[in-house]
Design a protein around this ligand. Structure first.
Ligand SMILES: Nc1ncnc2c1ncn2[C@@H]1O[C@H](COP(=O)(O)OP(=O)(O)OP(=O)(O)O)[C@@H](O)[C@H]1O
Length: 248
């Protein structure tokens, strides 16, 4: 499988804390990669570096085989990398369709009227199977799962080729979580986007991801196709590490 993204030998320190130590990770085209690990393992730091929010101390990032140095979130976005964080960066007081174009309309759609934005937003959400009452509704009135789905849909709409989802399923009910997982499955089937998902629910990771990487203390310690591992193996690895690091 050709590579959409490769990070090579990425290291990052925060004072005395070694958040990432020589991390190498690859993401195939159209692949969904689950990134798991204990609290503080370095998952968010890695995502922030790929998304241009933080700079690594050393290492390289390659997109489609070409080296890039994301300087900012906007720069990373222009390289086709978009990130959906837990806090989503949606504006609750605005309608769904306004949010769909937020921070993006000036770049891609300089001449779109409100009516055209509404229509395109509605078409795109329907096309992606995102079910909401109407694109005119304020985002504040939607459920957490619906908001998450809109944030993902917005990223895909903005031409993202690499999508980074930082704990998209955290604090979500079963129904809402299913909606996001369905959306990811749908994207996978289309094969247009490559996705990294940070998740704490290993059953969901095994369900939706092609491959899983485990980050432990700033290092990738495990990399397997999900078809070759199991809930038991992943749980055992994390529990063993927890015990080791606490001298149990
Ligand atoms: N801006 C920062 N300043 C100082 N230390 C930081 C900063 N960001 C992260 N760290 C530290 O780097 C390490 C990795 O943090 P990171 O947030 O990447 O972990 P994580 O795996 O995402 O954890 P969680 O699952 O709890 O979100 C932690 O020890 C954290 O305290």
């Amino acid at each position: 499988m050709s590579e959409a993204l490769r990070v090579e030998g990425i290291s990052k320190r925060f004072g005395g804390v070694e958040a990432l130590a020589d991390v190498t990770l690859r993401l195939g085209k159209g692949e969904v990669l689950g990134l798991i690990g204990d609290n503080g393992a370095g998952k968010s730091t890695l995502i922030k570096i790929i998304s241009g929010f933080q700079r690594p101390d050393s290492g390289r990032i390659l997109i489609d085989g070409a080296e890039v140095s994301p300087r900012s979130v906007d720069h990373a976005r222009s390289l086709g990398v978009d990130t959906v964080y837990q806090d989503l960066a949606l504006v609750n007081e605005l309608s769904v369709y306004h949010n769909m174009f937020l921070n993006r309309e000036l770049v891609r759609w300089p001449l779109l009227s409100n009516r055209a934005m509404r229509r395109r937003a509605a078409e795109h959400l329907a096309d992606m199977g995102v079910r909401i009452p109407s694109v005119d509704v304020e985002v504040a009135k939607l459920s957490g799962g619906q908001r998450q789905a809109i944030a993902v849909a917005r990223s895909v709409y903005s031409d993202a080729r690499i999508l980074l989802l930082d704990e998209p399923l955290a604090a979500m009910g079963a129904k809402e979580g299913t909606m996001i997982l369905d959306l990811v499955r749908d994207l996978k089937e289309r094969g247009e986007v490559s996705i990294i998902i940070i998740a704490h629910n290993y059953a969901q990771v095994l369900d939706v991801c092609d491959r899983v990487n485990l980050l432990q203390h700033g290092r990738i310690s495990f990399d397997k196709p999900t078809s070759e591992t199991s809930l038991q193996e992943l749980t055992d690895l994390v529990v063993a590490d927890y015990r080791r690091s606490r001298g149990l």
